[in-house]
Design a protein. Structure first.
Ligand code: FES
Length: 105
């Protein structure tokens, strides 16, 4: 089992077990302090928005245009580190990933 560090909206860090093969969102929505993921991963709600730690941001797969378009509509969008977690496949290569849950939109 891989692990990730999740920083909640209050700034508290949590070490979380993360199963490769899931979307990152599917891991985060199970947490009390995680994401809402209202659209269920259809890339239409942005309630799965997270900030990837800068040291990891360049190691994730590139954003597709629909993810990019939705992100740029958010007021707290940060080009280098913002991701929609429903669009990120969690793999063994991301073991140790650190992210912060974005504020409510
Ligand atoms: S869950 Fe809705 S955009 Fe990711």
């Amino acid at each position: 089992m891989a692990r990730i560090t999740v920083v909640d909206r209050g700034g508290k860090e949590h070490l979380v077990d993360a199963k490769p093969g899931l979307k990152l969102m599917e891991i985060l929505r199970e947490l009390d302090y995680g994401v809402d993921a209202i659209c269920g991963g259809l890339c239409s709600c942005a309630t799965c928005h997270v900030f990837i730690d800068e040291s990891w941001a360049g190691r994730l797969p590139k954003k597709q245009s629909d993810e990019q378009d939705l992100l740029t509509e958010l007021s707290d969008y940060r080009p280098e580190t913002s991701r929609l977690s429903c669009q990120v496949d969690f793999t063994d290569a991301l073991d140790g990933l650190k992210l912060t849950i974005a504020p409510d939109a």
